[in-house]
Design a protein around this ligand. Sequence first.
Ligand code: 13P
Length: 251
Amino acid sequence: MSRKLITGNWKLNGSLAFNASLVEALRAGLSAPACSIAVCVPAPYLAQIGGLVQGSPIDLGAQDVSAHEAGAFTGEVSATMLREFGVRYAIVGHSERRQYHAETDAVVAEKARLALACGITPIVCVGETLGQREGNQTEEVVKRQLAAVIHANGHCISEIVVAYEPVWAIGTGRTATPAQAQQVHAVLRAQLKAATPQAARMQILYGGSMNAANAAELLGQPDIDGGLIGGASLKAADFLAIIAAASRLVA
Ligand code: 13P
């Protein structure tokens, strides 16, 4: 089993004071973790958090990246700009972006492509809604979402991270069971295997109400290589407990 990747997604939360105390508590609680760790923070705080995590095992992540390189795109932040702030990961295609900002599979694929071109690892989110799950469309939906990214990124595809985030499990306290999550992760792994010989070492994260109590069992599944954590990443004790669970799973 390879090292797990535990990534926080702070979403639209934080303040200069809150960020400083959260990162300080995380640093104080981390003693040589045996997993990789990142926090994906709101863009205005990248410089602050970049400084706060320096010299720690915590990598810096962004929550989105523009599908454009430069020009007249008001409000956008490019991959080149993120790179200047030491960003290592960028979430792309989060369901909240797909839902509230009408991001299509093609836009998500282009975002992943531009991130990769700048040396940033895109964390590509896929996931079905409750209606799609109940309509037995889960496989079809996640495969279509991932296929767009595979198609646009060719041989670079082995450099992405995938996150399976069932929409019905995000922020609802309703988690996919380990078996439900594993089943979809296996589908995604098979799809990656058809695209690259590196698929076995690629990281497929689970996201959706992961917390200190359920992390160990989810992370113990053979195709779950880490977590993308929303609410619980804003509480130092909870995020540290998930990191500890991931660290215990290293072979
Ligand atoms: P919650 O952990 O709050 O359910 O959020 C999951 C998520 O969307 C992470 O990107």
